[in-house]
Each structure stands twice: as structure tokens, then as C-alpha cells.
Design a protein around this ligand. Sequence first.
Ligand code: ATP
Ligand code: MG
Length: 407
Amino acid sequence: MNNEKAIKLLLVDDEDAFRQALAKRLGRREMDVFQASTGEEALEVLKATPANVVVMDVKMPGMGGLDALSRIRHEHPGTEVILLTGQAAVEDGITGIRSGAFDYLQKPVETENLVNKIRQAFDKGKHRTDLAKEAEMRESLERQMATAERLASLGTLAAGVAHEINNPLAIIAEAAGYMRLLLKKEECATIPFHDQLEKALGKIEKSVGRAKRTTMQLLGFAGQPDAVYREIELDDLVEEVILLVSGQASGMGVTVIKEQNPCPIILWTDPHRLRQVLINLVSNGIAACDRGGRVFIGSAFSEGMAVIHVRDTGHGIPKENMDRIFEPFFTTKPPGQGTGLGLFVSLDIIKRLGGAIQVESKVGQGACFRVSVPRRGKACPEVSNDIDWRDKARELERRDNHGAGAH
Ligand SMILES: Nc1ncnc2c1ncn2[C@@H]1O[C@H](COP(=O)(O)OP(=O)(O)OP(=O)(O)O)[C@@H](O)[C@H]1O
Ligand SMILES: [Mg+2]
């Protein structure tokens, strides 16, 4: 009987006395029974309260059972329908099955028979819903894998292009610098079009700066062989990051605040890459704030990982952008201001360090990015710089336990 308790059943019949008596009998079987007296009413009820099974009379005034059946099949594909027909109307039942009814029974119905049918219909509906869920999950997984593959190859290509562009870019920057030097010389002060030349040079320098920012981001990306692991104290790195973004922050009237960690966190990781990630995140937080806004950066231990959070009081990320913010070149900044590579590159770096990035945000309530990295990343040595690493590890463990108790 337990199974039946879970069955939500809609009983549809215009004969009040028959319907109510049947509802009572089925209710005693611990089904959750609700009722409607016409096809139209049945559709209304289903809109508000989805049912697993509908037991419905075929002959009703207004919308008949067969018309209601095709609407239910269309609008509620997870709901199974059992039709009740008169003795002389077997064809209605057969037409019903052709239109997607689970089965039909002739009136007068025998309760036990009906209960069995309802149970079978419920099982079929459940199986169908499970299959649909499974298919949906498979599709979503396939989509995720396709996106990951697309991003990986796009990123590798972009990093390769950045590498190629970097050299000519350096030559352009140097030549522009040389031209500026020449234009500043006394002999050049009176040459024709002096001011126009200076303006044009300014444009070249600005554009080179922008292109350089793009290539710098991309070159921090994927598979760069020069990852250098060493031991760092996370607090020092956080302080360095705050210093590096202080110009941007004060220019925007935003305060960056370090949240004190009660216990120092020591990591074996690639500090340059991790710093690039934290700069990207804090800088995004600053950009998302209006004047007077705040960005908090702090760290903690969780399940053997160091977790650094960057939280801001900015405008937040709309739901529809959440899936896209890690895509390369996705930006909501005005043209020419954002590369759209910050998060893409950051996620790649963190994955390569063996970690992950999580985001939470509500529009109007800011955003919080959580970066978790293993405390002892790749190639963590047994002995480092003549210091016995095992002593270090024991020391880390001691601090860890202390830290874990603190939150
Ligand atoms: N803290 C945040 N608050 C609100 N939106 C954010 C935040 N961080 C990222 N975003 C959104 O994600 C987009 C992509 O960020 P990403 O860092 O990849 O590129 P960008 O900041 O636009 O460009 P760049 O990093 O070159 O300045 C941003 O344009 C913004 O829409
Ligand atoms: Mg950014």
C-alpha cells in the first residue's frame, strides 16, 4: 500500500454520486485523490496540481473524455490516463488507447481491478519520467563535455596566436617609444604636423597597451612550461595582490579589504599563476562595484584544500551570464575595455594547479568567487631547501588542525 500513498490521482466524472463514492473508496487505499466534474475542470486542476494518473469518464457534457485526453497527453506528458466507458461504447475505449490512453475500463468498475490498473499506469508514468530525466542528464553531460573540449582547443589556439603576436608587438612598442623620443627633441619641435604625429603616436601606444594585455592574459594560459612551484604563505600573496590592485581600486573609489585568517596558510604551489588569478578576481570585483563599493579577500582551510574567497558588493552576475563568464572573450564591459579572458585563463590555471573555482551571485547583491587549491600541489618535495620537509609537514598538520577547529 505504501506505493499507492505516493499516487496522485485525478478522478473526472460528471455523475457526482458515482465520482464521490469512487473517490472515497480509492482514498481509503491511501491514494491522494482529487476530483473534477468536466474535461475543462480537469485541465484546470492539473495545471495547479499535477497528477500521476487520471481516471476519466468518456461521456461528459462540454469537453468529452477523448478531447480532454489529447490535451492531457500534450500538456502533461508524464500523466497517464485511464478511461471509463459505458457498456456499449467499447470503440471509445479503443479510440482512447490509440490517442495515448494507458487503458480503458467499462462501467460499472470493480474497485480491485481499477486499483491494479492505476498502479500499473503509475509505474509506467514513473518509468517514462525516469527515462526522460536520464536522457536530460546525458544530454547535459554531453553538452558540458563538448563545451570543455571547445574551450580547451580555443584556448590553445588563442595562446599560440598570442605567442606569435607578442614579438611584433614588442617591436611596435619600442619603435613608438623611439618616435616619441625623437618628437620631443628640439629639432623636431617645428616640423610640419608635429601635433598630429604626437596624437597618432598616442593612439598606437594605447592600442599596443590593449593588445599587450590580451597577450599577457593568454600567455599565462595553458601548458606554459615554466610553472614554478614553491612554498608560500598565502597571507603574503594576498597582501601583494591588494597592493598591485590598489591603483585601480582607488581610481574607482572602491576599498579592498583583507579578511584576517586566524591561522597562517602555507602552500606549495605556483605563486605567479595564483597571483594572476587573484588579481583577475579582485580586479573584476572592483570593476563590478560603484564608488564606495568593497571587495573582501580572505582564505581558509577546507577538506585539505586552501580556499581563497573574493567577495564584492557590486552589481552581481545575471543568471543568464553565469554559464558564460568563463568562456574566452565573454565580457560585458564596454568595447575596448575588457578582454573577456580574465576568468577563462584563471579557471585554466586553477585546474592545472589541481583546484577549482566556484561562483555565487545574485543581481544587486554582489558576487563571491571561491578558489580552492591543494595545499601541496604538484612535485611537492620530500626535502626542500635543506629543510626537512617532513618536519614542515608536521608543522603544517599542527596548524591545520588548529585552523580546522577555528571554523
Ligand atoms: N565580480 C563580478 N561581478 C559581476 N560580474 C562579474 C564579476 N566577475 C566577472 N564578471 C562578469 O564576467 C565577465 C567576464 O570576466 P573576465 O574577467 O573573464 O573578463 P573581463 O573582466 O570582462 O575582461 P578583463 O578581465 O580583460 O578586464 C565580465 O565582463 C563580467 O560580466
Ligand atoms: Mg576580468
